[in-house]
Write a protein that binds this ligand. Structure first.
Ligand code: CA
Ligand code: CA
Length: 242
């Protein structure tokens, strides 16, 4: 099983590296193979899209580490996005509370990445987006940052900006339409959605990547891609690291 997984990964994704990402805005390559999305500076926005499209008719798991900075009250967070916006690799949303993904007013049209689904790692409370006081993780769709539910480990003190690298897994099952998200080995989101038909109009080939921004408050924010797997096991889930 392990050998088959390894062979599959090697055949389908021979070299995963930061050289394969399209960069927009303030994003920059880092010397250790990671990609900075925002510097620790106000009103920044950066995005990075992987050059090869995802095939939603296949099982997959994308694994990476993300860093949200070292200031508990910094901002604004990182979004993992899967999209089919007509702007393709140049698609972006607004800064600040929109985290490079969405639009300021969730109820009216505006610049945002659409159609899309996304997982936000939000480190700053914005009342317009229904954010809790704590840092949190939430599932989003079609360029709307506002969310009814979220995960914060049932703690008002939950903090992502702890100077650690956080292990993030995004898993898709095309047979059950199940999306699962794990952070530091814990399941933080699970839901079912027919992404191909209900979001992407029958299209199975979609772009994926990361968006992030800062506002008045800020933090250094970056990600490091670890692995793209067509097969996966819960035993492979990982904890945070320095
Ligand atoms: Ca925080
Ligand atoms: Ca927020």
């Amino acid at each position: 099983m392990i050998m088959r997984t390894l062979i599959t990964i090697i055949l389908l994704w021979p070299t995963l590296s930061w050289g394969q990402f399209h960069m927009i805005g303030d994003s920059e390559r880092m010397p250790d193979g990671c990609i900075m999305l925002t510097p620790d500076f106000p009103y920044s926005e950066g995005l990075a899209y992987y050059q090869d499209r995802l095939d939603l008719s296949q099982h997959f798991q994308i694994e990476f580490d993300i860093y949200f900075g070292d200031k508990d009250n910094g901002a604004d967070g990182i979004v993992f996005v899967v999209h089919n916006d007509v702007r393709e690799y140049q698609a972006y949303g607004n800064w600040g509370e929109c985290m490079g993904y969405g639009r300021f007013n969730p109820f009216s049209p505006g610049n945002s990445i659409d159609p899309s689904i996304a997982i936000e790692f939000d480190t700053y409370q914005n009342y317009r987006q229904n954010d809790p006081i704590s840092d949190h993780i939430a599932y989003l769709e079609n360029g709307v940052n506002m969310h009814e539910s979220y995960w914060n480990d049932n703690s008002e003190d939950y903090n992502l900006e702890d100077d650690y690298l956080h292990s993030f897994f995004f898993r898709w099952n095309p047979e059950t339409f199940e999306i699962k998200v794990f952070l530091d080995g814990q399941e933080v989101y699970s839901g079912r959605r027919d992404l191909i038909n209900d979001i992407f109009g029958g299209n199975t080939q979609v772009i994926w990547g990361f968006t992030a921004s800062t506002g008045r408050e800020h933090n250094l924010q970056y990600f490091c891609l670890k692995r793209f797997a067509m097969e996966y096991r819960d035993e492979d889930l990982k904890l945070r690291s320095k």
